[in-house]
Design a protein around this ligand. Sequence first.
Ligand code: ATP
Length: 239
Amino acid sequence: MSLQVHQLTKYYGAQKAIDGLSFSLSKGEIVGFLGPNGAGKSTTMKILTGYLSPTSGSAIVAGHDLSIEALQAKSKIGYLPEHNPLYLDLYVKEFLEFSGKLNGLKGDLLAQRSLQVMEECGLLSEKGKKIGQLSKGYRQRVGLAQALLHDPEVLILDEPTTGLDPNQILEIRELIRRVGQQKTILFSTHILQEVEALCDRVILISQGRLVVDDTLDNLRQSGQSLEAVFASLTRSIET
Ligand SMILES: Nc1ncnc2c1ncn2[C@@H]1O[C@H](COP(=O)(O)OP(=O)(O)OP(=O)(O)O)[C@@H](O)[C@H]1O
C-alpha cells in the first residue's frame, strides 16, 4: 500500500472537520477525492502531507507512519495545495531549485531533477520567465513540477484544475494522467467529469465521514450518472 489512513479525526477547536476517516491507496492508483464544500477534503490532504496534525488516528505513507517517521513519510509525498503558493518574482528554474533545497536536494542531483521535472511538466519553454509572468495553467504546471521534484511515491493534488480555462484543464489533466503512470495519486476536484476521465476509483466524503469508497464501474452499475450518485449520497447525509 502507498497510503493507509486509519480512523483519522480532526477538530478545529470545537468544530469537527474529519470524523474517523479510513481508506487506503494501492501503488499506482489514481483516486478521485470528492465531497461537497466543507466536507473535509483539504483538511485530510493537509494531514496526509504533514502540514496539520490529526486530533487522532494515523496515516502511513509508503510504510512510514507520519506521526513517528515524519521525515521519511514526507519524503515519499508530493503536494500541490489548493492555493498553490508560488513566489511570483522568482524565475521558474530558481523556484524549483529553491523548493528542491527545502526538500534536501542539492548539487548535481538538484540540477538534474529540476531539468527533468521541467521537461515532464512542459516547462522548458518557460524556464526563463518569472512565475508572475506565467498563465494560470503554467503556474499549475510549476506547482506540479515542485510536487514531483523529490520523486515522491505519492502525489496529493488539491483541486489541481480550479480556475483554469477549458484548454488548460485538458492540459493539466493530461499531465496528471501521464505522471500517474508512475505514481499513486489522490486528487480532489468538484469536476465530476474529471474523475471519470482520470480515475478508476472514487472516495467520497461528507461532513468529514466516508460515504463511498468504490470503483467507478461499480457506481455506474447502479445505472446512475456520477452526478446523481454524488447528489443522492451527499444530500441524504446533510439532511
Ligand atoms: N483553519 C480552520 N479553522 C477552523 N475551521 C476550519 C479551518 N479549516 C477548515 N475548517 C472547517 O473544517 C471543515 C472542513 O473544511 P475543508 O476546507 O477541509 O473542506 P473541503 O472539503 O476542502 O472544502 P472545499 O471543497 O470548500 O475546499 C469546514 O467546516 C471548514 O469551515
